[in-house]
Design a protein around this ligand. Sequence first.
Ligand code: MG
Length: 453
Amino acid sequence: MSKLIISISGVRGIIGQNLTPTVAAQFASAFGTYLLREQKTEKKTVCIGRDSRPSGQMIFSAVAAGLTACGLDVIDLGIVTTPGAGIMLTENNCAGGIVITASHNPTPYNGIKLLLDNGIAPPPATAEKIKQIYNQKEFILTESTKCGKILKNDNTDSVHIEKVLALVDSKKIAQKKYHVILDSVNGAGGRAGVKLLEKLGCKVTKMNYQPTGLFAHTPEPIKENLTELAEQVKIKNADLGFAQDPDADRLAVVDHQGNYIGEEYTLALCAKKVLAENKTDTCANLSTSRMIDDVAASAKVKVIRTPVGEANVAKAMIENNCLIGGEGNGGVIDLRVGPIRDSLVAMAHILGLMAETDLKISELKDSIGSYYMNKTKIPADPENAQKLIQKAIQTFKDAKCDTSDGCRLDFQDGWIHIRTSNTEPVMRIIAETKDKETAEKYLTRIDSIRQEI
Ligand code: MG
């Protein structure tokens, strides 16, 4: 039986094995206890959204029980996108939020993701406190007359879509009458995604639209999982294809010829659009492609790099007054909508860029240029991982080095990022260079360091 994972992003496990109603209720009570005890606020409501997994309602019931038992009221948002849940949290002046999702993990999984009242996941020290309350079962439970209420709210999509539409010139996009195929993988994003695209005047062909949580293909929106979408775009002569992950915070793009554009381009394209209109700095995690640096350089703004993780990027964006930022996995954040990665934001900006420039997605991709990227993971315990990182820094001592998350070594002709995973006993090694040979040159040296250790 696999282990329940409790990390800074909440709990993730397998239904019927380790993610049980007891775990869900107690974890929610731990969060509720934290909010009541530590947050100096009068806010006493937590909103809860969930993706489309069949286990979502069961986990919702348990989580709602855990929170109301502490005396907190709950707003039940139903099946919504993760960014939508984040928006509703702020709109309803909540003390916090919970999203019941296991993101791109397959159907047997589910998870409980926590958000604080600023719409961002708890920082590591806070997450640790909540975990401690959970482990020690130190819940503040209230008496009968003070138990919380559960209220329903069905407005998430409309509030969300309105905020996204405000970012772009809808009329200009609508004039183009783009034909878009949207693959929502039977996750939570189909309904809101289709509504947004229709409001932008697109002809929408729905693919895997029903929010059943029975994913039509492996849900991570990467090339090998989107062959059907790519084919459909070609057959139906569509202008482009969009693919969401099950909780709709990530977006991948397919061009009119059915070519998978790659998730790294999602952020680069959105940044190109936003930075042309607003000269603010931008943020990306250390594993994100240099394409963002190129886009920022032509807009004459800076890129602030952060450790991997949505919360790190969002925090840096707020601190540095950025509008647009995100992660290379197709996760785009526009702070005007909220501090959460958002596939709807990404769709609107990409269509906006196409309409503005009158270019096809393939032409826009070419205008950004390309690099060769290699992502690998190797088994490593924490001690060896540290050794490898230290040795790599010594070996490449002429490189520009950032050690805020493992080490990222920047060279003239590329970079390598070596970091330990938060959730598995592995190291992730990402290399991006101008061509394959250069990447291999660096990776071979890393591999010989590894063998020495
Ligand atoms: Mg996701």
